[in-house]
Ligand binder design. Structure first.
Ligand SMILES: [Cu+2]
Length: 506
C-alpha cells in the first residue's frame, strides 16, 4: 500500500488557508456518494497546532472565528469557518482546549464570520455572562471579552460552538465547533492506569455529516428534503476526515466521541465482520462515570459526548474493525422509512501491531453522587409542534426579547427540580440545559442506557417517549444578578427555529 500524507500551510490574502489531506489506497464503504476506493488516514490532533491541535491556555487568549479553505475531500477546496488561534508561532484551527479543574478560563472572541455570533461553552458551569447566551452575540467585526471563569467542572469532554439565535445551525455546519478537555485527579489516575496520551491513545472522534457539491463546497439547505428532521448531510466526517481509517495497536484506546452534527444521531457499534465487539463507556457529558459500563452499542445525539475505551486485545493483529452506525428508531415512521436513516461506516480501525501492553480497565473511575429526588418538585415539560415549529410547553423563543422570563422556568440558587420531559412528536429531540449538569433516572421506553448514566447536559427524548431528569441548580458561585440560561433542543435547526426557552436562576 502506498500512502502519502502532507500538511501544508499557505497564506492567501488576509485569510489563512489550511490544506491537509490524509490519503491512502484501500477499499471500503461510507455513507456518502463519494468514491469509497480511497480511505483517508484519520486526522489525529497533536500539540503542534493545526486542525484540532491541543492547546493549553496559560492566560487570556483569543479565538477568532473566520473563513478558511480546507482540503476536506481529496483534491477539492472547501470554504469553511473555523476558530483560529495563534500562539508561540503555531496556528490552531478549532483547537481542542485542555483545561484543569480550578484553572481560570479567560478568553476573548473575535468575530469575523460576516454575521453575528457568540461562543457557548457547552457543558461548562459558568456565570451566564460567560455562557454565550444569544443576547451577547456580537456583530461581525466585534469582540466579546468573556469574564474570567473559574473551572468547577469535573474532568471530561466538553464542547464549544456558536450560539447566535437563528444562525447556530449554519455556523456549526460551516465548521465552528470543537472540544474542551477538563482534567482533574480522577483523570490523572485513569491516564496513569491505562497509559493514555493525547493524540496517540486518547483520541477525539468528532463526528459530523456534511453535504458537498461537485466542487467541494458545502451545501446547507435546512428546509430541504429532510424537513422537520433538521439537516442531515450525505457524507460523514470524523475529525473532518471523509472515509477515515486509523492504525491501532493491540492495547486499550480512549475515544472521546462528540456528535457535532446538526441533527443526525449515530447508533454506534464496533464490528469485526458481522460480530459486534464489546467496548466500555467510561464517561458522558459531565465527566467520568463511577465505573466503566460494558456495552456493544451506543446511541449518540448531537451535543452528547460519550467517552469510550476500546481494548483491541480482543481481536488479532491484522484484523479490521469498523465503527459502524446502525438504523435506529429516533425519527419515527416517516424518518424511519426515509433514506437518511440507514447503516453506514463511520471509521475503520486497522490493528497493525501487537503490543506488550498489560494494563486493565480500573473498576472504579470516579465518584458520582446521586441527586436525592425525594420531595423534589416535578416540572412537566411537553415537547410539541405548533404552526410547523417544535415547541416547549407550547412556547417558542421570544424573537423580540432574548431575556424573556415568562416561559415559566424561574428558579432559586440551590433549587432541585425534576424535569419530566414528554415528547409528543414523531421525531426525537436531544434536550440540552445550559449552566448545569443533570442526572437521568427514568425513561418510559425502557431501561436507562449506558449513555444515560452519570452527569449529563444533553439527553435523548425519543418519539412519544417520556424522560425524567433531576437537576440541582446550585450555581457554585454567588450570583450577583439573575442568571439567564437556555433550555433547548440540540437539533440545531429545531432550536434555530425557536425550540428554545430561557430558564433563570436567582
Ligand atoms: Cu428538536
Amino acid at each position: 500500500m502506498t500512502r502519502r500524507e502532507f500538511l501544508k500551510f499557505a497564506g492567501i490574502g488576509a485569510g489563512i488557508v489550511y490544506t491537509g489531506t490524509w490519503l491512502s489506497a484501500c477499499g471500503g464503504g461510507s455513507l456518502s456518494g463519494l468514491s469509497t476506493a480511497v480511505k483517508n488516514r484519520l486526522l489525529v490532533p497533536s500539540d503542534q497546532g493545526g486542525l484540532l491541535g491541543y492547546y493549553r491556555p496559560t492566560g487570556r487568549f483569543t479565538l477568532t472565528a473566520q473563513r478558511a479553505v480546507f482540503e476536506i475531500l481529496p483534491g477539492k477546496q472547501t470554504s469553511v469557518l473555523t476558530y483560529t488561534l495563534e500562539d508561540a508561532g503555531k496556528t490552531y484551527y478549532n483547537p481542542i482546549l485542555v483545561l484543569r479543574k480550578g484553572d481560570v478560563f479567560s478568553v476573548d472572541f473575535d468575530n469575523r464570520t460576516g454575521e453575528k455570533s457568540i461562543i457557548h461553552w457547552h457543558g461548562f458551569r459558568a456565570p451566564w455572562r460567560a455562557d454565550g447566551h444569544p443576547s451577547y452575540a456580537v456583530a461581525d467585526g466585534g469582540v466579546y471579552n468573556y469574564p474570567d471563569v473559574k473551572i468547577i467542572d469535573r474532568s471530561g469532554t466538553y464542547f464549544y460552538h456558536p450560539h447566535p439565535h437563528g444562525r447556530t445551525g449554519y455556523q456549526v455546519y460551516m465548521g465552528l465547533a470543537s472540544m474542551i478537555i477538563i482534567e482533574d485527579t480522577d483523570e490523572d489516575n485513569l491516564k496513569n492506569a491505562l497509559d493514555l496520551s493525547y493524540g496517540t491513545t486518547d483520541v477525539p472522534l468528532i463526528i459530523q455529516d456534511r453535504t458537498f457539491d461537485e466542487n467541494g463546497s458545502l451545501i446547507y439547505n435546512p428546509m430541504g428534503m429532510n424537513g422537520q428532521m433538521g439537516f442531515w448531510g450525505e457524507t460523514v466526517l470524523v475529525n473532518m476526515t471523509p472515509n477515515p481509517y486509523m492504525d491501532v495497536e493491540r492495547r486499550i484506546y480512549r475515544f472521546r466521541v462528540l456528535n457535532g452534527s446538526n441533527a443526525r444521531p449515530y447508533r454506534l457499534v464496533l464490528l469485526r465482520g458481522s460480530d459486534r465487539i464489546p467496548f466500555h463507556v467510561i464517561g458522558v457529558e459531565g465527566g467520568l462515570l463511577e465505573s466503566p459500563v460494558q456495552t456493544k452499542e451506543i446511541l449518540v445525539a448531537p451535543g452528547e459526548r460519550i467517552d469510550i475505551l476500546v481494548d483491541f486485545r480482543l481481536v488479532n493483529e491484522g484484523d479490521i474493525l469498523r465503527l459502524y452506525s446502525l438504523q435506529h428508531n429516533l425519527v419515527g415512521m416517516g424518518g424511519g422509512m426515509s433514506s437518511v436513516n440507514r447503516e453506514f461506516e463511520v471509521l475503520e480501525f486497522r490493528v497493525v501491531k501487537g503490543s506488550s501492553y498489560d494494563r486493565s480497565i480500573p473498576a472504579r473511575l470516579s465518584t458520582v453522587n446521586a441527586i436525592d429526588t425525594t420531595g423534589v418538585p416535578t416540572e412537566n415539560v411537553s415537547l410539541g409542534m405548533s404552526g410547523g415549529v417544535f415547541t416547549i410547553n407550547g412556547q417558542t423563543w421570544n424573537e423580540t426579547d432574548p431575556l424573556f422570563t415568562g416561559y415559566g422556568f424561574n428558579y432559586a440558587n440551590g433549587d432541585r427540580v425534576i424535569f419530566k420531559i414528554t415528547n409528543n412528536t414523531g421525531t426525537y429531540h436531544p434536550m440540552h440545559f445550559h449552566g448545569f449538569q443533570f442526572q437521568v433516572f427514568g425513561r418510559s421506553s425502557g431501561n436507562l442506557r449506558p449513555t444515560d448514566l452519570g452527569w449529563k447536559d444533553t439527553v435523548i427524548v425519543g418519539p412519544h417517549e417520556t424522560v425524567e431528569v433531576v437537576m440541582d441548580m446550585s450555581l457554585g458561585f454567588t450570583p450577583a444578578e439573575t442568571q439567564y440560561y437556555l433550555f433547548h433542543c440540540h437539533i440545531l435547526e429545531h432550536h434555530d427555529a425557536g425550540m428554545m426557552v430561557n430558564f433563570t436562576v436567582t
